[in-house]
Design a protein around this ligand. Structure first.
Ligand code: F6R
Length: 260
């Protein structure tokens, strides 16, 4: 795992955009997309570069979202399908049929997870998976206690996560209780995991994920089992990391040829 402590959320966004663009330039990329607030500056940076003619072509790129709420009316603006189209894929000109998420239709719920796993395998797997971290250490919507080997399935959100996400809905009562989420085992299959963490509210969870024991009690600690993880964090998010000076030394001394 490579932890890159950066000065600001803007630097996290710029480096995050570099990683995504490098995968897209390599050709035929399959991108794994997170929603929530954390990746938005990275998405805006990708769009800014694309609009300025500085970004790569997104022709041929395929996208898979991490998770989806269950129980929202089709097309609800806070569904992750609508959110990712609005915040990233539409502005980059990626057509809707190249963007997939777990299907929350009630009739198909019992098989939705298995069907999503099949779609991910059929696409050849995810090249770069963008991730955020919950204040309780959740990864995608794998709440504490989730199996480290889990695959896409229906889950119930904790009260803490519903409270955190109420800002998108107006009140906690409007935040769905159920979600479909890639499992921790699903996430581990992606070839490169890119965790973005910004703000003091993420400091404790980030420290537990990166430096604590690997445990279902902190789902994001499963990242320690993956061979290629990059963590981009800003000053407030890094404060709980006991080895942060070393991470900075490593990054400052990084050979130019090595990349992230
Ligand atoms: C979103 C997701 C979640 C968020 C996490 C952090 O697709 O899977 O795990 O990454 O809840 O959310 P923010 O970034 O809003 O703090």
């Amino acid at each position: 795992m490579e932890v890159v402590p950066l000065a600001s959320a803007d630097e996290v966004a710029a480096l995050g955009a570099d990683v995504v663009e490098a995968a897209v330039r390599a050709g035929g990329a399959v991108l794994g997309l997170a929603t929530g607030s954390t990746p938005l500056p990275t998405y805006r940076e990708l769009i800014r570069r694309y609009d300025a003619g500085l970004g790569p072509s997104y022709d041929g790129v395929r996208c898979f979202t991490l998770d989806e709420y269950v129980g929202l009316p089709a097309g609800h603006p806070e569904s992750y399908r609508a959110t990712i189209a609005r915040e990233l894929t539409d502005p980059l000109g990626i057509p809707a049929d190249r963007v997939q998420g777990p299907s929350p239709e009630l009739a198909g719920l019992p098989t939705a997870g298995a069907r999503y796993e099949e779609a991910l395998v059929a696409a050849g797997g995810v090249d770069v998976q963008i991730l955020g971290i919950g204040s309780d250490g959740h990864l995608a919507f794998n709440e504490p206690g989730s199996s480290l080997a889990s695959l896409t399935r229906l889950k119930t959100l904790t009260e803490e996560t519903r409270r955190d996400n109420a800002r998108f809905f107006g009140s906690i009562d409007e935040v769905p209780r159920h979600v479909l989420t890639q499992g921790l085992g699903t996430i581990l299959r992606a070839r490169h995991l890119l965790l973005l963490a910004t703000g003091a509210a993420k400091a404790a969870a980030l420290a537990a994920a990166v430096e604590g024991p690997v445990s279902a009690s902190c789902p994001a600690s499963v990242l320690q089992l993956h061979p290629h993880v990059t963590v981009l964090c800003d000053g407030p998010a890094e404060t709980g990391l006991t080895r942060r000076d070393h991470y900075r030394e490593v990054y400052d001394a990084k050979p130019a040829w090595q990349g992230l």
